[in-house]
Design a protein around this ligand. Structure first.
Ligand code: SAM
Length: 190
């Protein structure tokens, strides 16, 4: 049964969107689960760029891709996602996934933060093709705090509705600080 946890919710739409041959970006590689998903969907004719600032993430993601026989279409990049514009041309990317926060069972101090997340989302929006899709899994509370979520929501609110469709979903009856799944669709030029 699909329980529609935040990553399942976002990957549901990613699966519907990505087709073989696409260029995709995993902006927060971590242990590589989203990288694997994008690699399989893009297929051997496609390409995936995956970013993380921790060598431990690259090692874990490489191991996962090999163990699952993923297509050889993925570049694992030890760099901040805020530099993604140096690795792809504007309006060439079909899908970009962000899963903010820290590496599960890793160093919580190496979590994503507003200073790099905001420029990364803006850079990603420029890289998206018209009709391209960006998914964001946004967390708050605990070690993560609230600043990144608030800054991201402020940015999303400011996006021009003629250029972007922004859908913020919520786990409405869940207590405390449930995560927020977000989808952004770049609208075609009229
Ligand atoms: N999608 C991953 C998976 O499938 O396992 C989980 C991602 S984890 C919640 C968030 C990741 O973002 C961590 O591995 C962390 O190192 C990474 N990160 C933090 N700051 C970053 C930055 N500026 N650029 C790229 N990755 C960053």
């Amino acid at each position: 049964m699909n329980t529609y946890q935040i990553t399942e919710w976002c990957s549901h739409f990613v699966r519907e969107h990505v087709v073989p041959g696409d260029l995709c970006i995993d902006a927060t590689m971590g242990n590589g689960h989203d990288t694997l998903l994008l690699s399989r969907l893009a297929g051997s004719a496609g390409r995936v760029l995956a970013f993380d600032i921790q060598q431990a993430a690259l090692d874990a993601a490489r191991k996962l891709l090999i163990s699952r026989n993923a297509p050889d279409n993925t570049r694992l990049i030890l760099d901040s996602h805020s530099h993604m514009a140096s690795y792809a041309d504007a309006e060439t990317v079909s899908c970009i996934m962000f899963n903010f926060g820290y590496l599960p069972s890793g160093d919580h101090s190496l979590a994503t933060c507003s200073e790099t997340s905001i420029p990364a989302v803006l850079a990603g929006l420029d890289l998206l093709k018209p009709e391209g899709l960006m998914s964001l899994c946004i967390y708050s509370g605990g070690d993560t705090g609230f600043r990144e979520k608030e800054d991201l929501l402020k940015l999303l609110k400011s996006l021009d509705c003629r250029k972007y469709l922004v859908i913020v979903s919520s786990y409405y009856n869940r207590p405390h600080h449930p995560p927020l799944p977000v989808l952004i669709r770049k609208l075609p030029e009229r």
